[in-house]
Design a protein around this ligand. Structure first.
Ligand code: ATP
Ligand code: MG
Length: 243
């Protein structure tokens, strides 16, 4: 299913943002801290804090998500939209065994999944009876990923999902995201790490001060950036050194 964001603004913090992600496409969103990446993601999910309002249009397939009732949105969130945040503990219930937690979205949407199968799919066989605090940070993020992928969402948004993890664990999670995402799922991947974009995404959007200033294929943008700001980003990363 295609995600079409058109003329999206959030107060003056995000301004007139437009992009599309087709079924099966993986798109990166990069830009400096405070540029509006998370607000863009939260607008799509219908999870903006109360004091902020989004205007414009966010369509998933033929449905308009902006202005949709909270009831319809929360149904969509368990089913077709999923998001993984930087810190896995925010998405986990510390008092519930992870096996029960990963099957929760399946229960809500009437589909039965076996906790062991879901956990095995992210390389965590035999952890169903563990509580979140008994797992490492990387293992927790894999549990969250299993939850996000349980219903084969049409759109998965990852907001810096590996920033808090060390590099080897980060690489495992990225491999997992690529492997576990169904062929029809669209991915919006927020990161400040250009190497991560290069390994995961076909296209990339560059955000600066609430606006998208450059968009194109990852190859194009990372090898011949057009915008001054993208050039700076690239120069500041070690990708430049490896070219
Ligand atoms: N609830 C809020 N009320 C007012 N301003 C906000 C609110 N949330 C975020 N902002 C502001 O909106 C801007 C964009 O925030 P956002 O969280 O989208 O940045 P970001 O690109 O995700 O940054 P980072 O890379 O640090 O996560 C920032 O200047 C931030 O201070
Ligand atoms: Mg953010």
């Amino acid at each position: 299913m295609t995600l079409s964001v058109s003329g999206l603004s959030v107060s003056s913090l995000v301004r007139d943002v437009s992009f599309e992600i087709g079924a099966g496409e993986r798109v990166g969103l990069i830009g400096e801290s405070g540029s509006g990446k998370s607000l863009t993601a939260l607008s799509i999910m219908g999870l903006l804090p109360d004091e902020l309002r989004a205007s414009g249009s966010v369509r998933l397939g033929d449905r308009e998500l902006l202005g949709m009732s909270e009831k319809d949105l929360s149904r969509l969130r368990g089913d077709e939209l999923a998001m993984v945040f930087q810190e896995p503990m925010t998405a986990l219930n510390p008092a519930m065994r992870v096996g029960r937690q990963v099957t929760e979205p399946g229960r809500i949407h009437g589909r039965r999944h076996r906790a062991e199968d879901l956990l095995s799919s992210v390389g965590l066989a035999d952890t169903a009876r563990a509580y979140p605090h008994q797992l490492s940070g990387g293992q927790r993020q894999r549990v969250v990923l299993a939850m996000a992928l349980a219903n084969e969402p049409s759109l998965l948004i990852c907001d810096e999902p590996t920033t808090a993890l060390d590099v080897t664990v980060q690489a495992q999670i990225l491999t997992l995201i690529k492997a576990a995402l169904s062929r029809e799922s669209a991915l919006l991947f927020i990161t400040h790490d250009l190497a991560v974009v290069a390994s995961v995404c076909e296209r990339v959007l560059v955000m600066l001060d609430g606006e998208i200033v450059e968009a194109g294929s990852t190859r194009e943008v990372l090898t011949s950036p057009k915008h001054e700001y993208t050039r700076k980003l690239l120069a500041a990363s070690d990708l430049e050194a490896r070219r």
